[in-house]
Design a protein around this ligand. Sequence first.
Ligand code: X8Z
Ligand code: ZN
Length: 643
Amino acid sequence: MKKLALVIAAATFTLAGCDRESTGGQPPAAANPPSNLNYAADSTDAGTVAKAAQSGDQLNAEGAKAFLDDAQQRLAKMAEEASHASWLASTYINLDSQFVEALAMERYTSLAVELAQEAAKFDSVDLDPETRRMLTMLKQGLVFPAPNDPKLTAELAQIGSKMQGMYGAGKYCPDNKNDGDQSGEEGGKCYTLTEMGQMMANSRDPKLLKDLWVGWRKVSPPMKPLYERQVEIGNAGAKELGYDNLSVMWRSKYDMPADAFAADMDNQWNKVKPLYEALHCHVRAKLNEHYGDDVAPASGKIPAHLLGNMWAQEWGNVYDVVKDDDMQAPYDLTQLVVDSGMSEKDMVKVGEKFFTSLGFKPLPETFWERSQFVQPRDRDVVCHASAWNLDGKDDIRIKMCINKTGEDLITVHHELGHNFYQRIYNEQPFLYKEGANDGFHEAVGDTIALSITPKYLKEIGLMDEIPGADKDIGYLMQQALDKIAFLPFGLLVDKWRWQVFNGEVQPGDYNKAWWKLREEYQGIQAPVERSEANFDPGAKYHIPGNTPYARYFLARIQQFQFHRALCEAAGETGPLHRCSIFKNKAAGEKLRNMLAMGASKPWPDAMEALTGQRELDASAIVDYFQPLMGYLKEQNADRQCGW
Ligand code: X8Z
Ligand code: ZN
C-alpha cells in the first residue's frame, strides 16, 4: 500500500474569479494552492486519506465508486473551509487574511491533487460512462496544479493569494514620485480602480485618459516575477497529471481534444470577425471626428485609452461619441437607474425579480445579509465582481462594488446568473456542481440581460414609452459596442496565456507578445510606448486572479444562442433584439431544466436541451446584429477599413 506521505501532491486552483464554488473542480470562492505538510501530518485527516488510498487500491468498478464517494465528501468539506477563507481575503485584504487564505487553499489543492492522482489509477479499468466522467472531472478540476512537493504547493498558494491582494489593493497615486508607491503618504490623492473605471467611462479628456491608463498599469510590474514562478510551478504540476503543459490542461475541459477546442474558438471568431471589423472601422472614424488626427488617427490602430474602458474590452461608454447626430439611443440606462432613485441593493432586487419572474426561487435571506454590494470605505477589497457559493448549498453571495450605472445593472444580472445556476444544480453530486462548461456559467446572466429591452423597462416602470423601431439602430449600436467589441479581447487573453504556458512566449517577451495579440486581434495600440519593464497582462484581473478567460468568448457566442432559443420558447416572433422573456414561464422552465443538469452531462447535451443544437453557433449573434451590419456597411462605404 502506498505511504501517505507519497500521496501528497499539490495543486493550485485559481481563484475561480467570478463563479466561485465550494464545489467541483474549482474550490469555492477561492483560488489556489496545494497541500502542505501540515495537512499531511494532520492526524484527523490522515485516517481519511488512508481510507481513500485503500479504496483506490480496489481497481474495479466498485472501488472506483467508493473512491468517488469518499473523494467528493472530503472535497466538499475542505472546499467550504477554503471558501470562507477566500471570502475573507477578498473582502478584507491584509497580511493575515492572505495568510489564512493561502493556507486553506494549500490544503484544498493538496487534497485535490492527491485525489486527481488517485483517480488516474483507474485509467485502464473498465467502467460505466458515468463513473468514467466523474473520474475525468476529478483529474481535470484543477486550474493550477502544483507538483508533488509540499514546498512548491505552499509557494504556489502564497503566490496566488499575494497577486490577488496586489491587484485588489492596487491604486494609482498621481502625486507619488515612486512608481508603484500606493501609500499616498506624500499626501496626494490615490485612485482606486473603481474610481478610475468611472473616469475612463465618462471623461473625454485625452490627457487625463492617458494618465489613468498609464497610472493603473504601475500596479502590475511587481507581479511579473511572481507570475513567472507561478507558471513554472503550475506547468510542473500539469505534467505530473499527464498533460504536456498547462495550456493543454486548460483546453482539455470542453468534452473534446484540446486542439479541437482551440480550433473551434478560431472558427467562431472568423464568423464574427466581419462584424468586429465593421464596428472598428466606424468607431475609429467617429473618434477621429471627435478628437482629431493627433489624438485619434483616421487609419491604423485605435489608441487604447479612448474607448471608455481601462482595457478597451467593451466600448459601450463611448456611445455618445459614436452615435450619429440623428441617432438617438432609445434610452440611457445609467440615466434611468439614477432617475429612479434606486440604491445599489435595489439594483440587485431588480435582477432577482427577473429570475423569479421566470420561476426561479427567490434568493435566500442570507444572500442579502452576507453579500458585498458597495465598496467599503475603510479597507481594501477585491472589487472585481464575483458570485459565490460558499457551502455548495444555499450560501450564495455576490461581491461587487456597485456603481449606479447601466453597466453595473447589467453586471448585477451577470453575477446573479452565476448564483441562480449554482443554486439550481446544488442537488447534483459535488463534481457536477459546475456549469456544463465554464462558458455556460458566464452566459446565463448575460442571456437574461439581453432581455433588458425597452419593452421590459417600461413593464418594470423605469421607462414611460417604448421607442419606435426607428430607434433600433441606436439600441443595437449600444449593444454592439459591448458585445461585439469584446469578442477579440475575449479570444486573445487566453491565446496569450496558452503561449506563455506552452513556452512559445518566454518571460523576456511577455509584454511584447501581449501587445502583438492586442494589435492583431483588436486593432488597438498602447497610447505610450511599452517595454518588458511593463507587465500589462497583470493589470487585468483574470491574470493575477488566475481565472481562465476563453469562457467569456464562448459565453458571448452562447448567450445569443440561448436568447434565440428562449425567445422561441416564449413564442416571440419579432426581431431578436426586441425580445424579452420577462415573466415567461415556458422559457423559464426550459432554462431551469438545462441549468439543473449542472455538469452531469457533456456540454453538447445541455446545449441541446435548451437550443436543440449540439454545437456552438455564431449565427445567432450574427442574426441579432444583422440590422446594424447593414447600417455599418453603408457608413463605411467610402472608408478604408482594417488596420
Ligand atoms: O469578469 C467578468 C465578470 C465576473 S465573471 C464581471 N467578466 C469579464 C471581465 O470583466 O473581464 C464579465 C465580462 C468579461
Ligand atoms: Zn462571470
